[in-house]
Design a protein around this ligand. Structure first.
Ligand SMILES: C[S@@+](CC[C@H](N)C(=O)[O-])C[C@H]1O[C@@H](n2cnc3c(N)ncnc32)[C@H](O)[C@@H]1O
Length: 164
């Protein structure tokens, strides 16, 4: 598969998982956490799909498209290692959805960050809340969900925080 095909499939999987998650949290209270602003594409998608949700964006070096800046009250600047562990005190409620798109070409770094996120995210989520992630996350409180058809497993990852 060419790198272009691979890139397009990843974006199709990302969009399908985000759309699934946005629908799945209907009726579940809580804000959305966007981990990694990047160009702001997925932030823009989430705010379009969820116009009534607060979306808090975590980013260490914000440089989005000019049309995709979060408002200052919803942009949490800094490295996640510093900003995420204490985030519950800043959020109005546990999150209904977390989207993590933080991966790079460094597989070892991705694995370390994913292991840390898997341990750090569950207390920030409302029971039944969803996680969509570019990296697999392994944690007992997170139940893996299959990607929505026709997305093949392993391209993007969905989890639901267990209720007990
Ligand atoms: C792949 S980009 C996100 C792309 C975004 N989803 C989009 O659609 O435009 C990853 C972003 O995560 C940020 N990031 C990576 N590791 C981080 C960390 N430890 N703390 C804060 N931000 C981080 C990077 O600076 C980068 O902007």
């Amino acid at each position: 598969m060419s790198r272009l095909d691979s890139f397009i499939r990843r974006l199709e999987a990302q969009r399908a998982c985000l759309d699934f998650a946005c629908a799945a949290i209907a009726g579940l209270p809580g804000p959305v956490l966007e981990l990694g602003l990047g160009n702001g594409r997925t932030f823009d998608h989430l705010r379009e799909r969820l116009p009534d949700r607060e979306i808090f964006v975590f980013e260490r070096d914000p440089r989005p498209h000019p049309a995709c800046w979060p408002d200052p009250d919803h942009l949490i600047r800094g490295d996640l290692a510093d900003t995420l562990p204490g985030a519950a005190a800043r959020l109005p409620a546990p999150a209904a959805l977390v989207h993590a798109d933080l991966g790079t070409g460094d597989a070892a770094r991705n694995a370390r960050l994913a292991a840390w996120l898997a341990a750090t995210l569950p207390p920030l989520l409302v029971p039944g809340g969803l996680v969509a992630s570019d990296q697999p996350l392994e944690a007992a409180p997170l139940e893996p969900l299959p990607p929505p058809p026709p997305i093949q497993p392993g391209r993007y990852f969905l989890y639901r925080r267990r209720r007990c």
